[in-house]
Write a protein that binds this ligand. Sequence first.
Ligand code: HEC
Ligand code: HEC
Length: 299
Amino acid sequence: MSAFWHWFIVILTIGSILGCLWLIWWAAQKHQTESASGEPVGHVWDDDLSEMDHPMPRWWLWLFYATILFSFAYLLLYPGLGNFPGLLGWTQEGQHAAEVQALEERRDAHLARYADMDVEALAANADAVQAGARIYAHNCAICHGSDARGAPGFPNLADDAWQWGGTPDAVVTSIRDGRTAVMPPLGAATGDDAYAVSAYVYQMGGRTAAHFGAASLARGEEQYQQLCVACHGRDGKGNAALGAPDLTDGAWVYGGTHEAIRASVMQGRMGVMPPHGELLGETRVLLVAAYLLRLNQTE
Ligand code: HEC
Ligand code: HEC
């Protein structure tokens, strides 16, 4: 704030308060000297309703003086007069920082109980699982759903189909470091055979697919062995190192209809799980992983 506005505010504020002080003092004085108390002032309404002139009650007068005293004390202690910071040194930012720090300390004290435990131990601890559930609700439900059952493009975390592996280590790594899946678009490579290869994939988990025709399925298998085995494996069981999903387990991230499979083949899929290690810190990563593992055990 420039010196001009600083003094503008200081003079205006103090001037107004002193003005109030003078006004009250003056009104009280005037009463004592000019008019005897309880006299009518001469205004009469409705024939007999006349205004009387009583002095302000003493306590009221003192209340006014007290508010003025309070305002000076307040302006002395807290920032209010231009650039003057107040004797207490209080600031909004300081109060906010102190509150945040107090919250973080409480949270850290809470987390410290779990600091030396591994994921299996946490998954067996009811309090830890509950803490994990809260972390999940705040950070993960937005993508994976409040019940962790996912949505198209966001994997179900409550079943035992894992793209990147379901061991405690693999789940922790998925959460801490994130995952980037790369299924290349194969529309050009499969050409007219996208239909056939999708039909072949459709029946891999054991669904009936006679309606696609034997020739289509044979052609699809040929294409599959050529284009897809490198990632999804000969038997379609997937590859956790690449995040290539098991195509036989009936769990689909992007949908298991023939059309959805064909869309996966034509357009490719690039699911990204953002890394959460820095955001959450190690202990909270382990807690939320423990929550997921517990969900899996109870499903
Ligand atoms: C370079 C490795 C790679 C190749 C080659 C590959 N895929 Fe994939 N595929 C993946 C990955 C990784 C994903 C997971 C994508 C994601 O999660 O976003 C995936 C996902 C899929 C899905 C979606 C599964 C679901 O749960 O919704 C289907 C269907 C699929 N692939 C079929 C195929 C077929 C058919 C071929 C061959 C024509 C093929 N893929 C070739 C790596 C590959
Ligand atoms: C912005 C959306 C988003 C958020 C937020 C998010 N995820 Fe994910 N997550 C994904 C996507 C998309 C994938 C699938 C990546 C792929 O295609 O391989 C995934 C994959 C995963 C996997 C691997 C699943 C498997 O089958 O191997 C785990 C575990 C996981 N997320 C846990 C979490 C947890 C725990 C949180 C909260 C701390 C979280 N995610 C927050 C989008 C998200």
